[in-house]
Design a protein around this ligand. Structure first.
Ligand SMILES: [Cu+2]
Length: 408
């Protein structure tokens, strides 16, 4: 119940208990004496203190336990060097800092070059001669690279291109490759499929110390085999090769009779990219790192090259499994091709076989001969159909691992 009378009572009670209240001061007739139990009510009892303390400790422990069950409290921002992790990646409480650095986005601060949007990879690399030795120079760097007109990735590259430049030599050549490392991290180079002295093979920490940033290493060997090979990083391979450190290495047979009789040649190097919210991550078969872009020779369709041949022409296609983690069943429209070499080894004519789709796994190479039978536009593409999209979308009828063979 409230009314003018009760309000007056509350006011007068306050006044009478205040510091300035004087004993014996005049009191209105309806005024009451101060409540007797007021001081007691403000005193905290020991059981109350114990209860409040216990509740606080329980809440604190529960909070810590909850955090520890979903987050890794064992590492801090300094351990992961400010790494940006992909959205959707599952990081458990036991994911170590090293693994996180391995899967992190390319740090934009480490980029040293932006390639023109129309730049092409796999460019021929001319050697200089030192006596009879063919000397090639490779330089690694973190660069920006367009896989489409409107899609730029942050990549690790040899000689500022994706894929790295094409090294082409003849069986029996002595070659020397001077590798200079301009990456922010150590690296090495492996000559995939070639028989070389062990110290020239490239695995970091196994046959050589990794090449430090701004360091260099010289590889030298004689090319004993002939066929389709490639080179790639062999240091933090799952990160470095997936970010673009690979290139074709073609060795022509010393015996011209063994050179296949073809009208045109096409090298197909495959790669996946994981590009999210402006960051580039190394594509891996795991949550958050699954690729959303796919390239042939560093470009996604429709930016891939169009091959032009005539009816009756024989086209040699060298498929290179330069992809780091994914298999691509490569299919050619317009009739089957003949598989003439696998992993840099020529297949004797009697054992050659026809196919129209061939699984190109990481590390594999297949040389196939395709004859242009009918005029028109014939597709060469991966048959995992998601790999022929750009970020899940088809453009101009396809995407990603697609190119056109135009037969006139
Ligand atoms: Cu594929």
């Amino acid at each position: 119940m409230t009314g003018p009378g009760s309000r007056a009572r509350r006011r007068s009670t306050k006044r009478s208990t205040g510091a300035g209240a004087q004993p014996g001061a005049a009191r209105a007739p309806d005024q009451e004496a101060p409540a007797q139990g007021q001081e007691l009510a403000n005193r905290v009892t020991r059981p109350q203190v114990v209860a409040a303390l216990t509740m606080s400790l329980v809440a604190l422990a529960a909070g810590l336990a909850l955090s520890a069950s979903v987050a890794n409290l064992g590492i801090g921002a300094r351990d992961v060097d400010g790494a940006v992790m992909p959205p959707g990646m599952i990081m458990t409480r036991d994911t170590p800092a090293r693994a996180m650095r391995d899967m992190a986005a390319v740090d934009p601060d480490t980029l040293s070059y932006r390639a023109p949007a129309d730049a092409r990879g796999d460019q021929p690399l001319a050697p200089t001669m030192d006596g009879k030795v063919k000397v090639f120079a490779l330089e690694t760097a973190a660069i920006e690279w367009n896989i489409l007109d409107d899609e730029r990735v942050m990549a690790y590259a040899f000689n500022r291109q994706i894929p790295g430049p094409r090294i082409r030599v003849t069986q029996g050549d002595r070659i020397r490759i001077v590798v200079t490392n301009r990456l922010p991290v150590p690296t090495t180079v492996h000559w995939h499929g070639l028989i070389v002295p062990n110290a020239m093979d490239g695995p970091a920490g196994i046959t050589q110390e990794p090449i430090p940033p701004n360091g260099s290493y010289t590889y030298e060997f004689i090319t004993r085999q002939a066929g389709t090979f490639f080179y790639h990083s062999h240091s933090d391979v799952d990160r470095q090769q997936a970010l673009g450190l690979y290139g074709a290495l073609i060795v022509d047979p010393a015996d011209p009779v063994q050179v296949p009789d073809v009208d045109q040649e096409l090298v197909v190097q495959l790669q996946e990219w994981t590009e999210r919210e402006g960051y580039t991550y190394p594509a891996m078969p795991m949550e958050g790192l699954l690729p959303n872009f796919f390239t042939i020779n560093g470009k996604a369709y429709p930016e891939t090259e169009t091959v032009r041949v005539r009816v009756g022409d024989r086209l040699l296609i060298r498929f290179i499994g330069s992809s780091s983690a994914f298999i691509h069943p490569m299919h050619v429209h317009g009739g089957p091709f003949t598989v003439i070499a696998a992993d840099g080894v020529a297949i004797p004519e009697a054992a050659q076989y026809e196919k129209d789709t061939i699984n190109v796994g990481p590390g594999e190479r297949y040389d196939v001969l395709w004859t242009a039978r009918e005029p028109g536009k014939w597709l060469l593409h991966c048959h995992i159909n998601h790999h022929t999209t750009n970020d899940g979308v088809e453009e101009q009828g396809a995407g990603g691992l697609t190119m056109i063979i135009e037969v006139s």
